[in-house]
Design a protein around this ligand. Structure first.
Ligand code: BG6
Ligand code: MG
Length: 212
């Protein structure tokens, strides 16, 4: 087999949290009188919480101190977590679970490589709390995608060399991070358009064709 491990982005790959991010950022933006829409929300994909805040603040007339930025990001996250609490195993698509199980049966190690500090909470909500062999997320990195750190850490946690890992991503920043890590990348959703991936998936189960 070409690969020994698969590293999955979480938001937009394993499950969809876009709408919750949108609602939480929108509430903060409205409070500060900042214009915010779904197109701007799409730019936040794969980007860390503080880098996302900076993108939201591009349309802000005033200036926030570092303390005010911390408070704004915390406020957004508190609302976001309230929305995440609504998620359940019903938010895990059967196709995703069946494909993960099939990859595991092939003997592949499976890891998460996510910028989110809420990754473990989300995995618990959708019933995958104990599923992945390793989790590399926003809590163990200091540089966000497109920096390769989160994927290099995931490979290290799995005990694998980067060259035998395949990354699955829905964000351009994530595909760039995978390539910078020396890993092949499979793009799904929005990331397909960037044209930088090794494989373009129309649907999650297409991943099975990439590993044989
Ligand atoms: C990524 C999302 O998975 O996590 C980004 O695609 C988000 O939109 C980032 O900003 C950080 O998430 P969190 O949960 O730590 O605020
Ligand atoms: Mg994503």
């Amino acid at each position: 087999m070409k690969y020994q491990g698969i590293i999955f982005d979480l938001d937009g790959v394993i499950c969809s949290t876009d709408q919750y991010h949108y609602l939480a950022w929108k509430a903060l933006a409205d409070k500060l009188g900042i214009y915010f829409d779904e197109t701007i929300n799409n730019r936040l994909r794969g980007v860390s919480r503080m880098a996302s805040l900076e993108i939201v603040l591009e349309r802000y007339d005033g200036v926030l101190t570092d303390e005010e930025k911390e408070a704004a990001a915390t406020e957004k996250n508190e609302l976001y977590r309230k929305l995440l609490a609504r998620m359940s195993p019903a938010d895990l698509a059967p196709e995703v679970k069946e494909t993960l199980d099939a990859l595991r049966r092939k003997g592949l190690l499976l890891a998460i490589g996510s910028s989110s500090k809420n990754a473990k909470f989300i995995l618990g909500q959708i019933g995958l709390g104990d599923y992945f062999d390793k989790i590399s997320d926003g809590t163990n990195i200091s540089r966000s995608k497109p920096d390769p750190e989160v994927f290099l850490k995931a490979a290290e946690f799995l005990g694998l060399e980067p060259g035998v890992c395949l990354v699955v991503e829905d964000a351009k920043a994530g595909i760039q991070a995978a390539r910078a890590a020396g890993m092949d990348a499979a793009a799904i959703g929005d990331a397909v358009a960037c044209g930088l991936a090794t494989y373009n998936l129309s649907t999650f189960r297409d991943l099975l064709d990439c590993v044989d």
